[in-house]
Design a protein around this ligand. Sequence first.
Ligand SMILES: N[C@@H](CCC[C@H](N)C(=O)O)C(=O)O
Length: 287
Amino acid sequence: MTINSFVKTQGLGNEYIVLDENNITFPLTEKAIQTICNVNFGIGSDGILVKTHSKKADIGLKIFNPDGSEAEKSGNGLRIFCKYVFDYKILCKKQFTVETKGGIVNATIQETHNNRASIVTVDMGKAIFSSPLIPTLFECQEVQDQNIQIEDKNFQVNCVSLGNPHCVILKENLDVDEIKKYGPLIENYSKFPNRINVQFAKIIDRKNVEILIWERGAGFTLASGSSSCAVASVLRKKGLIDHLVTIHMLGGYLTIEISEEFNIRMTGEVKQICDGTFHEELINSFV
Ligand SMILES: N[C@@H](CCC[C@H](N)C(=O)O)C(=O)O
């Protein structure tokens, strides 16, 4: 990769721009991230992934939301980053560890279908249900079926952390307009000090769940890996699904495996969209 070059890749319609911290000449400020992720003034993306050095793992990853905030974890982001690391021969092996702000994960490149897609598995770590660790300000030890009032509506929320915080709401019917209206209000609800990712989930059967997502710092997205893991963890804890489940989203599906100890393994597709170089005129609009 050359100076100021980028790769853009999507996982089920959740798209990320991948950068190497050694190759960028400009400071990655909040304004730079917001501009690059903007589809009208920049490249357009659901976030930015930055390759960094790690002393504890094979490689390091920083994850930024399009509003400029830093996320601890991202499921699609991790699969996308692992494909990049493998395809661009940054690490010449199919199994490696990645350090994120939300912990170290193990990743495996399963298949690379000749110029079609890659299938990547990531061990996302252990689902954490302890309220203060998520963090939430609910006084109970674990946040299960807690009622919250948002304007005219009452929601029963279940919270979990996969390194990043999630709020899962079970629904009988999924409504895109509803999550677009209430998602940002739940994201910023007073009991979520670090804000939160929001999922509406509809159980199809014990092996299939359909979800809609409102992402912290990004908004409505077509898919989210950590959200899929969050929904699977919460529903498994309630005994409503099997240990192996397919999470269906608007952009595609992910397979999630939940161990007895709530270690979560996620497998799904990723496809590169393009690569390129930031134009001077774009860089000058945020430096
Ligand atoms: N799209 C991601 C989640 C990205 C981070 C999230 N918005 C946060 O702030 O925690 C995924 O696939 O997990």
